[in-house]
Design a protein around this ligand. Structure first.
Ligand SMILES: Nc1nc2c(ncn2[C@@H]2O[C@H](COP(=O)(O)OP(=O)(O)OP(=O)(O)O)[C@@H](O)[C@H]2O)c(=O)[nH]1
Ligand SMILES: [Mg+2]
Length: 241
């Protein structure tokens, strides 16, 4: 990591590169569209062409806790997202982005067994290139009747530094981090999911500890479900093909 998370100058934005991977049509683009444009947006994604790069700008508030004190920091972060296509024939392009990836976000479809097989395959390929970087696994489409549970995924993707964040619905912006817990769109499901992803990465890199709190800053006066105004997205390029 090039710079410390708690450096004074906010000019050095902290960079996190996330690659989304998984079978075709599991909802990778839909999930990232939710983070970019909010819970109200109607999503009608077309198949991703190769790799689609976007930069999402977010500010996080971190409360560091020690035995005797606590301090609060705001940290600006550039989340570089590589949204890959699920089609097998593009796999070499996807693999070429793995070396630069900090966190692999592996999506499967809870209604599609084949998509879990693909997630297992992707996790192995990522591990061949990155021995220790975090792999985060999410089952999408939890608004549908699931045939794969998080425990099934946990049993099958069995490696170090793999984190299971339960189920999500990119369609309805609902997060079920555990079977008995549901975070709704109104409660900020997508923001909370990505805050957890950032937290895992920071803890993994020992930038913060498990005890520290982190939350995504909402722009002043923002209606919770509306598009962020000062935390924009830039679609930088369309990678290929
Ligand atoms: N029911 C339901 N449908 C979803 C959900 N997320 C995405 N979809 C639908 O699934 C289809 C595929 O979504 P995409 O986001 O394009 O999937 P993808 O993984 O990016 O697909 P590729 O780019 O082809 O790899 C679309 O018709 C979406 O509307 C969800 O949470 N629930
Ligand atoms: Mg896509």
């Amino acid at each position: 990591m090039s710079s410390g998370f708690f450096e004074e100058s906010s000019k050095d934005a902290y960079d996190l590169t996330i690659t989304l991977a998984g079978a075709g049509q599991v909802g990778k683009t839909s999930l990232i569209t939710r983070l970019e444009f909010g819970a109200k947006m109607n999503i009608d994604p077309t198949q991703t062409a190769g790799v689609n790069f976007s930069i999402i700008k977010k500010t996080f508030i971190i409360q560091k806790k020690t035995l005797f004190s606590s301090s609060t920091e705001e940290k600006f972060m550039l989340i570089n997202v590589s949204d890959t296509v699920g089609q097998e024939r593009y796999k070499s392009i996807i693999r070429s982005s793995y070396a630069q990836t900090n966190v692999l976000l592996l999506i499967y479809d809870v209604t599609n067994k084949q998509s879990l097989e693909r997630a297992i395959e992707e996790s192995r390929e990522f591990r061949e290139i990155n021995a220790d970087k975090p792999i985060i696994v999410i089952g999408n489409k939890c608004d549908q009747k699931p045939i794969i549970t998080t425990s099934d995924a946990q049993e099958r993707i069995d490696a170090d530094s793999v984190y299971f964040l339960g189920e999500f619905s990119a369609l309805e912006s609902i997060w079920k981090p555990k079977p008995d817990t549901t975070i709704t769109a109104e409660e900020g499901a997508i923001q909370k999911l990505f805050t957890e992803i950032v937290r895992i990465w920071l803890v993994h890199n020992k930038e913060i500890s498990e005890e520290d709190d982190i939350r995504m800053k909402q722009p002043k006066g923002a209606v919770k479900l509306s598009e962020d105004s000062d935390q924009q997205t830039t679609r930088t390029s369309n990678g290929c093909c």
